[in-house]
Design a protein around this ligand. Sequence first.
Ligand SMILES: [Zn+2]
Length: 197
Amino acid sequence: MKIKKIPSPNYSSRDGHQVDMIVIHAISLPPGEFRTGYVLDLFLNRLNPSAHPYFQEIRDLRVSAHYFIDRGGEVIELVDPDQMAWHAGESSFEGRQGCNLFSIGIELEGTPDQPFTERQYRSLMELCLVLMKRYPLISPERIVRHSDIAPGRKKDPGPLFPWERFKDELKREISKKNFSAAEFKESINPSGSKDKF
Ligand SMILES: [Zn+2]
């Protein structure tokens, strides 16, 4: 799939932890506004604090995600998934704290009161399938929402993300013959699979 790379300086080592889950987020800047470019500015530490009153509050944040999917469905890689991005914050999954160490973070450009676009949905589906091939420990059950791993503190991606539909469709895609065939092909040609990123 087509992925544009814009490297963020906000990452660190996974300290040997294996990638075994995906966390789905939503963000928009200023909150509720789309296609402003400010989300990428935030992840690249170049947000102009005087551009909007809200930016004063977040001016010192140092955050990132591995991927950002904009409203048009374009996928941007900010952090190599072999590295740790700073997206989940205080979090836990199945008793393990600090999900950043072992997860991949995907940010959808979105807000709690507006549906995501079909293009975003499609890109997210494709990206998750690609990542599941590259990191076989990621099962459908290990693709979660930020609100699942930081309950009470985080609400994204919000009630309008079609969670059940997404999970059902993901499982259907995985059960298709070509998913395992593609996996096999990539496992005997690991350099070829890297080109996809
Ligand atoms: Zn989040």
